[in-house]
Design a protein around this ligand. Structure first.
Ligand code: 13P
Ligand code: SF4
Length: 367
């Protein structure tokens, strides 16, 4: 069924509203910072990174490898010395995703894996809400993000105060927050969800109606899959909302054999054209299992590169919208994080305790 109503900041005009953004602070050197290693392309670097280049040679031209390989080697050595583990979202670039990451996946996989990490330091290669989720689940570990300005248009569309106002307007209606939200929003809701489990989370509440925030398009997708009445928020992903149904129809007209797979953050006219809709991990699994020759991947560009690196025979059509926030994370910034133990993610303990409950309730849900 269609969503019942969509609310946004304009519906609460008399409220002082401050969107909490990740702090924009220059990276500070922590005590015990290591000196910058020599980053030179030498025969030793070429030899020690040859097996890594094998993984990405389909998507990184040979001329670029000598510029990346010394930093990749330094990161891989330093992360062992510094007892650090690198978590990378599916939207990270191939040299990060395939060459330095220890744990990779979609938002749900990263949240679950974060609970199992043994190392004392986590470096989150993704956006700020992902690093906050890792910190929530690992309060005693050092969680670093290589650039804390890596935000998200969904996370910055809503505040904890907005959730409190929604609760006043809809007393007793449970609230589900997509993990693409800040900790202070997670602290105000009943449970979190990701694009992998959104429908199951909504139905787990056994309620006739649910407030689902902040992604209006994911809300519409969920509403199309359940009988639960969905009240949505007006947020959108700036990457996925740019795709259009017309664009997809043009691909199909050009080659009727193409298979189109799309992320549920896309608008409904885009999803109507898709052969498969799913989270980033579900999309990757679909490609692995179906092995269709020509695939149009309607999501962030780097994920298509990462899949192409793994499955070289695939012909990938990439309409390709970049997430500018994900792209703030680079090899040099990861190296800097390891050297200086910056930028550390911190969360107010009172907010963290309540936000953790919402994330853990999702993780503990038996589907
Ligand atoms: P996934 O949970 O599907 O990885 O999505 C996260 C995200 O930010 C997509 O834009
Ligand atoms: Fe946020 Fe969209 Fe970037 Fe994902 S792709 S992090 S939802 S802005």
């Amino acid at each position: 069924m269609p969503v019942a109503a969509i609310y946004g900041p304009d519906d609460f005009p008399n409220t002082v509203r401050t969107v909490r953004r990740p702090p924009i602070a220059p990276a500070k050197a922590a005590a015990g910072a290591n000196p910058l290693p020599r980053l030179e392309w030498t025969p030793e670097v070429e030899r020690d990174t040859a097996h890594l280049y094998e993984r990405v040679k389909r998507v990184i031209p040979p001329v670029e490898w000598p510029l990346m390989a010394p930093t990749i080697k330094a990161i891989n050595e330093l992360k062992v010395q510094r007892d650090a583990v690198i978590l990378a979202h599916n939207y990270q670039t191939p040299e990060i995703f395939h060459c330095v990451a220890d744990i990779k996946g979609d938002s749900l996989q990263l949240a679950v894996e974060a609970t199992r990490v043994k190392a004392s330091t986590i470096i989150q290669c993704g956006v700020h809400f992902m690093a906050e989720t890792s910190k929530l689940l690992n309060p005693d570990k050092r969680v670093l993000i290589p650039d804390s300005r890596a935000g998200c248009s969904l996370a910055s569309s809503i505040t904890g105060a907005d959730v409190r106002l929604l609760r006043e307007r809809f007393p007793g209606v449970p609230v589900v927050a997509y993990v693409n939200t800040s900790a202070d929003v997670k602290a105000e809701v009943d449970i979190c969800c990701t694009s992998s489990n959104a429908v199951a989370v909504v139905e787990s509440l056994n309620a006739p109606e649910v407030i689902f925030l902040p992604d209006q398009y994911l809300a519409k997708y969920v509403a199309s899959k359940t009988d639960v009445k969905i009240i949505a928020w007006k947020g959108a992903c700036e990457v996925h909302e740019r795709f259009t149904g017309d664009e997809l129809r043009a691909y199909r007209e050009a080659d009727p054999s193409v298979q189109i797979i799309a992320h549920p953050e896309c608008p409904p006219d885009v999803l109507a054209e898709a052969d498969f809709t799913g989270s980033t991990a579900h999309m990757i699994n679909w490609v692995r299992q179906n092995r269709t020759q020509r695939i149009v991947m309607i999501t962030e560009c780097s994920m298509a590169d990462n899949v192409q690196a793994e499955l070289p025979d695939l012909e990938m059509v990439r309409p390709c919208n970049l997430c500018p926030h994900m792209k703030r994370i680079t090899l040099m910034k990861i190296l800097n994080s390891l050297l200086t133990f910056s930028e550390e993610v911190t969360i107010d303990p009172e907010i963290a305790e309540r936000a953790r409950r919402s994330v853990e309730r999702m993780i503990n849900l038996k589907n």
